[in-house]
Design a protein around this ligand. Structure first.
Ligand SMILES: [Zn+2]
Length: 236
């Protein structure tokens, strides 16, 4: 089992850990990690695993065999070898992670401004998008963009809380995503609360306060099927 330290401490840029396994593909398992594995539209982190003079660039981070309770850190080709029991220091590419946290949190706000079921999404360092089950494009886009920016500038605290699977099942209204189901089956589900404006299940990393997001602008709105509209979001 790997402790997912990035969940409760998303601002940790370095962390000491111990190597607990090396996969056949070279993937390094650790007792705890700050590296986010690609999931739910948020890309994986990159960075380094350091043991003395051995520096291993981490180029990909995955859930092995889709098992969301495990994380493997894939090293760059021809990296120095790591062994089980090695005491290591983890270092994140922080600028990338922080931009992803800002955009990820901004997409939660986008789902408030566009109150339609979400059918997909992805998060990038410069741009994100959500796909909505939204038959018509709203006419008041400038107004919606202003509302989004007012919400981001509104100093709303972002916090996590946990509910049981049963509580989740009793509150289906919390789920905005039609395709990405919350991770039920581990006994509890993580919710992300943004002040009094949003509450939804999410396993990703977010900024602590919406004021960190910065100015936003709506990008293109593309038609993706009869009902679906893809809304792009950019840092202004
Ligand atoms: Zn999220």
């Amino acid at each position: 089992m790997t402790e997912f330290v990035f969940r409760s401490q998303s601002y940790l840029k370095t962390l000491d850990a111990v190597v607990t396994g090396i996969g056949e593909d070279g993937g390094i398992s650790l007792d705890r990690t700050i590296f986010y594995a690609a999931s739910g539209g948020q890309p994986n982190d990159t960075g380094r695993i350091i043991a003395g003079d051995r520096i291993v660039p981490v180029v990909n981070v995955v859930h092995p065999e889709g098992d969301k309770t495990r994380i493997a850190h894939l090293p760059a080709a021809e990296s120095p070898a790591m062994s089980v029991g090695d005491r290591v220091t983890l270092e994140l590419d922080w600028d990338k992670r922080h931009r992803l946290m800002r955009m990820h949190t901004a997409l939660h706000l986008l789902s408030v401004v566009f109150p339609f079921p979400v059918t997909g999404g992805s998060i990038g360092e410069d741009k994100g998008r959500l796909d909505f089950d939204m038959p018509e494009v709203p006419e008041n886009l400038a107004e919606l963009e202003a509302k989004l920016n007012a919400m981001a500038a509104g100093n709303h605290a972002v916090s996590e809380e946990w509910i049981t699977d049963d509580e989740m099942a009793a509150n289906p209204g919390l789920i905005k995503t039609m395709k990405v189901k919350p991770p039920i089956g581990q006994g509890r589900v993580r919710l992300i609360r943004i002040g009094d404006v949003d509450l939804q299940p999410c396993g990703g990393t977010h900024v602590a306060n919406t004021s960190e997001i910065g100015p936003l602008k709506l990008g293109k709105i593309e038609k993706k099927g009869a009902q679906n509209r893809r809304v792009a979001l950019l840092f202004a």
